[in-house]
Design a protein around this ligand. Structure first.
Ligand SMILES: *[C@@H]1O[C@H](CO)[C@@H](O)[C@H](O)[C@H]1NC(C)=O
Ligand SMILES: *[C@@H]1O[C@H](CO)[C@@H](O)[C@H](O)[C@H]1NC(C)=O
Ligand SMILES: *[C@@H]1O[C@H](CO)[C@@H](O)[C@H](O)[C@H]1NC(C)=O
Length: 422
């Protein structure tokens, strides 16, 4: 017994040894290091009043450069290019904001770093809030990042320099970051969805609140009071996942969700969209006599718009005679709609006609197809309605079944009676 155990132990050791050798052999050293990311950006200033203003506000935009410093990225030692420290250009074509990032590592840093090579355009905006505080917003498809920045000089001091026509370099620090990836989601009804929101910074000094807006109305979301909702709390001291999880999604959950992080009187936020997409259940039925009515039903789908196309043997029906029902709304917010096509029976002796109802909806990558085949019944057994033909054959088979059943019962009873006699 003991010998066998030891044998197993040795085998395990050997496997572990081989495994670690394999890992070492693969190993170019994985290194983590800080880089600078230079982004063309827009300085967006919101002013009150002014001509052509929107709700009393005007925006001015100016091209600037945002440099994110001390962004840590991981990579295999050989693959990384040698680092060159960013130096502000001497001719200072544009105003530059040099933001040293104090938090991290940031998992999306690599995407920002390689965006240009991948042909992706990084969106970037920086806006002053007050005093020496700014918010920078950097975005890519499926990724949105907001940063709270603190400059060394106040905005007023900067404006003085600007008026003198100087292109300045403003050093700043980034102490808080809120990101969302992706900022927009789609869910089926009754599915679960996680609305991603992650924060970096001093978590002890931050407060996270979620808000929900739909059809012009807003409210705060209280995860502790709503059974279908929870907020992720997983995190270390300087990084937290505060994603909002919704279980058993309803049509009424569709709308905008705002992940708001407050730290020392400032707020930064991520705006996320949740759309409900429920595919239709498609069925086709047939009814009628010399003229057949084909009804294509789409049930329990969301959102509202659904499109029907009718095909005859694979091509659009020429001159179709179509009636569309009105939308019927179900109590769960989904819709039912049907389209009815009236068609003639095929001429005597011709092949059956195959009709197809093709249903397109935003929830579907490809249309759903439902087929029905219509043939002229045999001349002898011809009845005005194909439908009645099915019904009557069902009735006939039911009668045959009942007769057979009665016969067998009768036979059994007879057998029983004979046994008694014996
Ligand atoms: C500086 O601003 C000008 C327009 O004002 C723009 O054409 C140019 O690309 C900007 N340069 C950088 C490095 O962002
Ligand atoms: C650079 O970032 C790291 C976190 O990735 C942080 O600990 C460090 O303080 C930062 N350095 C500076 C100079 O801010
Ligand atoms: C929609 O269709 C379903 C069948 O799929 C049915 O149960 C439901 O009652 C219909 N709703 C309305 C409002 O007609």
């Amino acid at each position: 017994m003991l010998g066998m155990k030891r044998g197993k132990y040795l085998l395990l050791m050997l496997i572990l040894l081989l495994h670690s050798l394999a890992v070492q052999c693969q190993g170019k050293p994985v290194v983590q290091r800080a880089v600078d990311i230079v982004l063309p950006c827009e300085y967006v200033l919101m002013k009150e009043g002014g001509r052509g203003s929107l709700g009393g506000l005007t925006f001015s935009r100016e091209r600037v450069t945002l440099v994110l410093r001390n962004i840590s990225v991981t990579g295999e030692g050989e693959e990384l290019d040698p680092i060159t420290e960013y130096e502000a250009p001497k001719d200072k074509e544009n105003t530059t904001y040099q933001a040293t990032v104090r938090v991290g590592p940031l998992p999306f840093a690599e995407r920002l770093l390689h965006a240009e090579c991948e042909g992706e355009e990084v969106g970037c905006e920086i806006s002053p809030i007050y005093g020496e505080f700014y918010v920078a917003h950097v975005y890519l498809p499926e990724l949105s990042v907001s940063m709270m920045c603190q400059a060394e000089v106040s905005m007023e001091e900067q404006d003085v320099l600007k008026e003198q026509g100087e292109k300045t370099v403003t050093p700043m620090t980034v102490d808080y970051i809120v990101s969302s990836s992706p900022p927009s989601h789609h869910s089926h009804i009754s599915g679960d969805v996680s609305l991603n929101c992650e924060v970096w910074g001093d978590l002890d000094r931050m407060e996270v609140e979620w808000y929900f807006q739909s059809e012009g109305r807003g409210r705060r979301v209280f995860p502790s009071e709503e059974p279908r909702v929870s907020v992720g709390q997983e995190g270390q001291k300087s990084k937290g996942d505060v994603s909002l999880v919704l279980r058993g999604v309803l049509v009424s959950d569709e709308g905008t969700y705002i992940c708001t992080v407050s730290a020392e009187q400032h707020k930064i936020q991520q705006i996320l969209k949740l759309g409900i997409r429920e595919p239709p259940r498609v069925s086709i039925s047939q009814r009628g006599g010399r003229e057949t009515r084909l009804t294509c039903r789409t049930d329990r789908y969301y959102p509202l718009d659904v499109e029907f196309d009718w095909l005859l043997n694979g091509s659009p029906v020429p001159d179709p005679d179509i009636e569309t029902s009105s939308h019927r709304k179900n109590s769960d917010g989904t819709y039912n709609l049907s389209s009815t096509l009236t068609v003639p029976l095929p001429a005597a002796g011709s092949d059956p006609h195959t009709y197809t109802c093709s249903v397109s909806h935003v929830s579907l990558a490809e249309p759903i197809l439902a087929h029905v085949s219509i043939a002229l019944p045999d001349a002898e057994s011809y009845t005005p309605s194909g439908y009645r033909l099915i019904v009557s054959s069902t009735i006939i088979s039911a009668i045959i079944f009942i007769v057979a059943l009665a016969k067998s019962i009768w036979a059994k009873q007879k057998q029983g009676a004979e046994k008694k006699k014996e």
